[in-house]
Design a protein around this ligand. Structure first.
Ligand SMILES: [Zn+2]
Length: 382
């Protein structure tokens, strides 16, 4: 599709306008037909929508914003929901279904708005337990049952408990854990380029440093791409899902129009005003952030929920780390130093180890070394 922006006109703009009006983000059209112009009012509404949804707030309607707009128009009960293997249904109605199932104690997976296999399985068990027709389809009868049973505390916490239980059961050792490392960009997509420094190549280099350390501790590390490939975000997520990954770490550097912007930020799945956050992803983002800030003195730009495709479509916890701004002279110089990239790799490995220790290690942030991790692996053998 064509990216819509301020000044555009036509039927696609009319559709966007009426969707925004239906969502209450724009006053409804008065009198005659909607004027199909992408004016400043539309742009303002789009920005508000993007902010609400954890999308990049650029005021443009590209593929991600268009999909989110379409998803937002679906209310539970408005259409039957079922698992379509080739093209899974997505929408706010799916989020509501997943949240209700989770609240009721059924493991529908992460409430990410994608009707996948896990959601279908949880729905079938719910239908069986409540004496409904067990068809895995969320139709009027199932919606009625869900509504009758639903008024209770908001969801989210059951996901945390379930995920923590899974981690606890898998134990504190790194051996056998399968980590997918996702070096950003690749191939023709160079990412941020400043003064001959390429995000694509820096992240590839960092990914291989991380891979080496992970393999040394007994983890299985898989890379989403080769040095010359650039799969899209959906393909990267599918790779991680097919591999049965325990964790996905996506590596990027940032850019800004201001040369003063600098620092490190981590992102996990979720939106600011909903309960659909990935709890372990959130925990992991916090751990990565703390270790990297402590070890590198990069400015702390915080951990934030986002709905980017890689975070949304992976079944396991996923964290995207934006390490430094290549548009900032300090950050760029530091990232260009291979020793600095070793420090980053070590910090990330320690953060992963801490995730699996579930807070059982009291060594202060920034002081746990790679050698400590290796020693712990040996000690906890057997
Ligand atoms: Zn990037």
């Amino acid at each position: 599709m064509r990216v819509l922006r301020r000044g555009d006109e036509g039927p696609a703009v009319a559709e966007v306008r009426s969707t925004l009006a239906a969502l209450g983000l724009m006053p409804p059209a008065e009198g005659q037909a909607e004027p199909a112009v992408f004016d400043p009012v539309v742009e303002h509404a789009i920005r508000a929508f993007q902010q609400q949804r954890g999308l990049i707030t650029d005021g443009l309607v590209g593929p991600a914003t268009y999909r989110a707009l379409r998803d937002a128009t679906h209310q539970l009960g408005g259409r039957p929901l079922a698992y379509l293997v080739s093209a899974p249904l997505t929408g706010d109605d799916v989020v509501t279904l997943q949240e209700r199932l989770l609240e009721l104690g059924y493991d529908a997976g992460r409430a990410n708005g994608v009707f996948g296999q896990q959601t279908e399985l949880a729905l079938r068990i719910f239908q069986r337990d409540y004496g409904l027709t067990v068809d895995g389809i969320c139709g009027p009868g199932t919606v009625r049952a869900l509504r009758q049973l639903s008024p209770r505390a908001s969801g989210g916490r059951p996901v945390l408990l379930r995920e923590q239980e899974r981690v606890r059961r898998s134990g504190p050792r790194l051996r056998g854990k399968r980590i997918v490392i996702d070096p950003g960009h690749g191939g023709a997509d160079q990412g941020v380029v400043v003064n001959g420094v390429l995000e694509r190549d820096l992240m590839w280099d960092l990914a291989t440093r991380l891979e080496g350390r992970m393999v040394a501790t007994g983890m299985e590390a898989l890379l989403t791409r080769g040095p010359d490939q650039c799969p899209d975000e959906g393909e990267r997520a599918r790779f991680a899902n097919d591999a049965g990954a325990d964790l996905v770490l996506s590596l990027h550097s940032d850019a800004n129009s201001s040369p003063h912007a600098q620092g490190v930020a981590s992102f996990h799945f979720g939106t600011a005003n909903r309960t659909t956050t990935s709890s372990l992803g959130e925990a992991m983002a916090g751990l990565v952030q703390r270790e990297l800030v402590k070890r590198t003195n990069l400015r702390d730009c915080g951990a934030h929920p986002k709905t980017w495709d890689l975070l949304r479509l992976t079944r396991c916890p996923a964290v995207r780390i934006e390490i430094g701004y290549l548009t900032n002279a300090d950050d760029r110089a530091r990232l260009s130093d291979p020793r600095f990239r070793d420090v980053i790799a070590e910090g990330i490995v320690v953060a992963v180890k801490r995730l699996y220790l579930l807070g059982e290690n009291d060594q202060p942030t920034g002081t746990f070394t790679f050698a400590d991790v290796m020693a712990h692996e040996v000690l906890s053998k057997g």
